[in-house]
Design a protein around this ligand. Structure first.
Ligand code: GLA
Length: 392
């Protein structure tokens, strides 16, 4: 089943039809629109509807001549760095700074005119323990932690200013039942942690920088309602928030299209634009094997087994068709509500670089994105382009 296509095709300039002819890689499970006027790339097909983005990793940022960047340049108009801007990556120890990857990310996005997403200012995960402690290892007071958070926002503002267009200010601070997650930020600062984070981001970052809240499992009614409540509370108090991020780490059957639509409508009732910030479709699934949902990265990882990793050498066409169908249904509802959506970003670029090959089990061969392991567009990509074209 493994395809042996070159990763080096000039995707930036080829039309989908020529790609099909040249590579012979694309399965014939869905009809290809070969008309000369058919938009050939995601970004051209979705122009005027919503921004479409990818997420890079540190490995790609070390060599921006890699062919994978041709995919980014051709298909996407916005870029996120997976880990590069997280607190623990940049500043793992007090006084120790590692800017290389994050700077390379901002430089690349800037040079290629990509809407640049900052991910993320405050998150309980990938934030080192020293952040919450004084030099004697004792927990910081509320004021001291707020001051440390302010320092960090200032550092980023000084370094990148308005070259970062939007920041995920707070990531994942609300539980599925709507209660506040008992993170160290919450325990030390209290239930106004999010409000304080948005207030300082507004005060310190350039006025043009958009500020959003981002979370997984947004289809959970409790979390969704709590996010709406938080936004309304911010509005009542005059705290700026410019959008809501729905991570969208979804699988083949969950959430349902009806749940996705209900979530879009409910969150958009705040009047804020929505961002799908980390879209992928976990083809192999996690709930049936691991009881996992959303993207709770705190779950203990398991190992790959033949049962939970059934397609190590490639997807048979009938399985590929199921993924195409799932993406078609997701994008049909996104396009229907395009007026409420500012951006859809995939978490990764190709199946090879997806985190879902290693979560919640290590070493699986997963198929969550629109480009295969050789960087070739999958049938799902063509379906999305066709749908976008039809929605014109
Ligand atoms: C969450 C985070 C991301 C990333 C993904 C998994 O969704 O927001 O930064 O860690 O999990 O890779």
């Amino acid at each position: 089943m493994r395809r042996s296509c070159s990763f080096l095709l000039p995707i930036a300039t080829a039309t989908l039809a020529t790609l099909t002819a040249l590579s012979g890689c694309l399965s014939t499970t869905t009809p290809v629109d070969t008309t000369a006027t058919s938009p050939a790339t995601l970004r051209s097909a979705l122009a005027g509807k919503f921004r479409i983005g990818a997420t890079t990793n540190g490995w790609y940022l070390r060599d921006t001549s890699l062919p994978v960047w041709q995919i980014v340049n051709a298909h996407f108009d916005t870029l996120t760095a997976g880990n590069a801007q997280k607190w623990g990556v940049i500043n793992p120890q007090p006084g120790e700074y590692r800017w290389e990857s994050a700077d390379a990310f901002v430089d690349y996005a800037d040079a290629h005119d990509l809407y640049t997403i900052g991910h993320c200012l405050f998150w309980h995960s990938q934030t080192p323990d020293w952040v919450y402690e004084d030099s004697a290892g004792q927990p910081l007071t509320r004021d001291a932690l707020l001051a440390r958070m302010r320092e960090r926002v200032q550092l980023y503002a000084d370094r990148w200013g308005d070259r970062v267009d939007l920041w995920d200010v707070v990531n994942e601070s609300i539980e599925a039942d709507g209660s506040k997650r008992r993170t160290k930020f919450n325990q030390i600062i209290g239930d106004d942690f999010e409000e304080q984070a948005f207030r300082m981001a507004d005060a310190i970052l350039p006025a043009s920088t958009k500020l959003i809240y981002n979370d997984y499992g947004m289809t959970a009614p409790g979390r969704r309602a709590a996010v709406v409540e938080m936004v309304n509370d911010f509005k009542a108090k005059g705290v700026r928030i410019d959008g809501i991020g729905i991570q969208a780490h979804w699988s083949m059957h969950r959430p349902t299209v009806a749940e996705i639509e209900e979530t879009i409508v409910t969150l958009a009732s705040t009047g804020l634009p929505l961002h799908l910030t980390e879209l992928d479709v976990d083809f192999l699934g996690r709930d049936q094997f691991f009881g996992a949902d959303g993207a709770n990265v705190d779950l203990a990882r398991r190992e790959a087994t033949p049962e939970n990793n059934p397609f190590p050498d490639g997807l048979p066409p009938e399985e590929e068709a199921k993924l195409t169908q799932r993406y078609a249904k997701i994008f049909a509802v996104l396009l229907k509500h395009a007026d409420k959506i500012d951006r859809v970003t995939f978490w990764g670029i190709t199946d090879r670089d997806s985190w879902l090959n290693n979560w919640p089990a290590r070493g699986r061969t997963n198929y969550p994105l629109l480009f295969d392991r050789d960087g070739q567009p999958k049938p799902a990509l063509r379906r999305i382009i066709e749908l976008a074209h039809a929605a014109n």
